[in-house]
Ligand binder design. Sequence first.
Ligand SMILES: Nc1ncnc2c1ncn2[C@@H]1O[C@H](COP(=O)(O)OP(=O)(O)O)[C@@H](O)[C@H]1O
Ligand SMILES: [Mg+2]
Length: 440
Amino acid sequence: MWSFWLRTLLVAGGVALVPILFWFGSGPVAGLTVAVACLAAILAYQFWNYARLLTWLGRLNGEASWGDVFYLLDKQTRFGHDRQQKAMADMEQMRVATSALPDALVVLDADNRIVWLNDAAERQLGLSQARDVGQFIYYLLRHARFTEWLTLDSYNQPLQMKSPVVPEQTLLIRMVPMPRNQRMLFAHDITEVERVDAMRRDFIANVSHELRTPITVIAGFLETFGEMAAPDPAAFQKYVHLMLEQSDRVRRLLDDLLALAKLEGDQDMKNETVDAPALMELLLNEARGLSQGRHEVELLMTTRAKLIGRTEELHSAFGNLVSNAVRYTPPGGAVTLGWTLTRSGSAEFSVRDTGEGIEAQHIPRLTERFYRVDRGRSRATGGTGLGLAIVKHVLQRHQGKLRIESVVGKGSLFTAVLPADRVIPDSAPALPPAPEPAGV
Ligand SMILES: Nc1ncnc2c1ncn2[C@@H]1O[C@H](COP(=O)(O)OP(=O)(O)O)[C@@H](O)[C@H]1O
Ligand SMILES: [Mg+2]
């Protein structure tokens, strides 16, 4: 402020000195002429600057008083301030968004030096924004395949590698070109995709294996028949019976595979009222049919509550538990079905047997497809290894869960728990049965 007024005083004094010198040197006329010329020059300079200011404000061709100029300047300043604020808010939003991103992002310069990285890059690649900016990335990610891939400069060929921080994590790394010779590396976690892929491969291998055995047996008998000159009727009977057994096994396996595929394919389940007490009677009869008098089969029903769900699916799930109990309990044992309400309002269907029981280490894996404790025993009794996988799936669709308790040599207790909001207590009015789908 002071320096401004001091400068103004000096310039004014300097300009005033010129006409004064002329006045004393060449007389008053010359002095006054020079003074007028000086004033005119100063005025012209000021107008020129005024015109420049108006041009900058975009008002040179319009009417603009000093008041307008001040108003416009004030508006410009405020606009600039707002813009700066918005730019900063946008930057902050970008920073938050990139740090929330599950994919790791690393910006590299032309020499593969790190320019910037996000939070996921710290978690997945073990890099640090504070420590590693400016470092060559291949010094930090020391992986022969990575270094080789980096030098290839191939933008459309992603690299698959294990995370250097979490060894069980698989990453798919891609590179995309950016302006100013920079490149962005991004790493996507594909562990889950890999796991599902491995499961699919296992599943196909298992199905092929399961189908191969009965088909090989049937083919063997047919070959024997082909070589016989005149079939012996007694042997023929025996072989046909064995072949039927094997074809039955294939049919059961296909039935279970189709049931699983149907459960997986049908995303939105159509609910109806499930007459659980009637279903219990049906299951009791089925259990007695399967047992054919070899076991003591009982039903303990302490509620007549119904359910909201799919009758067909629950029948198949509960039926699997019942058939397992009968099949894995030696003759003379007991199988007890139960239908009860718990204090929290959920409903439980239980199957208790006095069979061989299951060792604790197998229990968490029983619902995996094709997992069996004793493969031979399961096959001998007509098992496919898919029963409990179906049970788990059906219960999941009903927001329920399966509880397994077992003591080797004493027996097992399988309990299907259904949540309270699917239970229609004894006295509550029932839902109308689901309408038949149109056009069927
Ligand atoms: N009640 C049970 N008692 C003993 N073991 C059982 C019982 N239920 C199931 N298991 C074991 O769990 C395995 C998987 O059952 P599941 O999926 O129904 O297939 P499976 O077709 O072999 O019966 C069976 O092979 C058996 O080893
Ligand atoms: Mg089974």
